[in-house]
Design a protein around this ligand. Sequence first.
Ligand code: ATP
Ligand code: MG
Length: 422
Amino acid sequence: MITYARKDADADGAPEPAADNEHIAPAPRISVQAFCETVETAAAVQAAGEDRRLAKAHLKIQMGGMVAAIEAYKNAPTPNVIVLETEGGNDILSGLDELSGVCDAGTRVIVIGRMNDVTLYRELVRRGVSEYVIAPVTTIDVVRAICTLFSMAEAKPVGRVIAVVGAKGGVGASTVAHNIAWSIARDLALDAVVADLDLAFGTAGLDYNQDPPQGIADAVFSPDRIDTAFVDRLLSKCTDHLSLLAAPATLDRVYDFGDDAFDSIFDTLRSSVPCIVLDVPHQWSGWTKRALIAADDILIVAAPDLANLRNTKNLFDLLKGQRPNDRAPLYCLNQVGVPKRPEIKAAEFAKAIESEPSAIIPFEPQLFGLAANNGQMIEEIAKKHKVSELFVQIAQRLTGRTEAKKSRGSLLSPLLGKLMKK
Ligand SMILES: Nc1ncnc2c1ncn2[C@@H]1O[C@H](COP(=O)(O)OP(=O)(O)OP(=O)(O)O)[C@@H](O)[C@H]1O
Ligand SMILES: [Mg+2]
């Protein structure tokens, strides 16, 4: 199907991140060859190839447009996707006719052109072109055009991965991750899975009052068995919409993983669960870095002191650099207002990071201590507490969903609300 691509390139060609609530699923291991006419388009395609969503794809770019493409495939097999830039009108169609003679079945063609013309679209559709994008194109336009070809073909619901990490150990990253996942499931009624990646010491099982016999270790140590059914069996159900992929929290083995050890688990979860919250331990290794870079969204949890500030800044800089086509990470300040403790003010923190915190969560030892010891969420023990509202807010911000589930009130509540206002 051809979609009209948005024409949102800005004048200086600066990277244009995807809209906050836009979700572009990563492309599978495909081969892509682009034939460009202009250096601007070649640069956008090149940058797209470096985007996290195309990390698995193999991309080759050359200049010469249609003519070069026809020449290239006379004697060579065609890749999964051909991206063709063309500056002309009618010659696109004759070129495509010629190309179709040498195209293998299953190859999809994306055309980047300058003409915004319905008759042309129709003719392109008739010739089996998958997508027509109007130049000038931004990096994210190219990423979107390639990735949607595959998410549509598989027609699977594709999950969004939210990685939560602490700027320092013990700042409450896991607590925040578990509470927002709970809120995503309960208040936003979105199916969610929490993956506890702190295999040795993870507390998700304790926090949700679960002691499942199996969990994430069974998956990561049996890479050959991973598929949806297998991972499904490892999940333990916490609430209607929330499941847990628990950490063993045992020390009988060590957990040194290769960079891509979790890739297939995340891919499998993405194919069947709308929202996956990763509780990423505070450590810097190949696989934690990769989990953060590959996530759809990142939440950094920081306490208001100097070390947290420095680490948050470093994480921001690294992640923004590695994810130029994504919105910046979000962060929240936690454990704010410990009595007698000198703290860095939220405004100063925000100035240094050049970004406002998504929430400022107060230090509430009684509330958090009770929740932790009871294996309950904050909202379960103090629904009306400000902290519960903060978790809902962060959940909304991260998922791009602003509407909380309405069915929790009675059927009459909208009506009552109106009457009360009078
Ligand atoms: N806002 C808060 N007020 C009071 N206590 C809190 C708050 N947030 C978290 N805590 C408590 O801080 C402790 C550490 O929390 P948590 O285990 O979530 O941190 P973490 O950053 O995941 O730590 P680790 O680095 O070990 O993974 C827990 O006992 C938790 O209940
Ligand atoms: Mg933790």
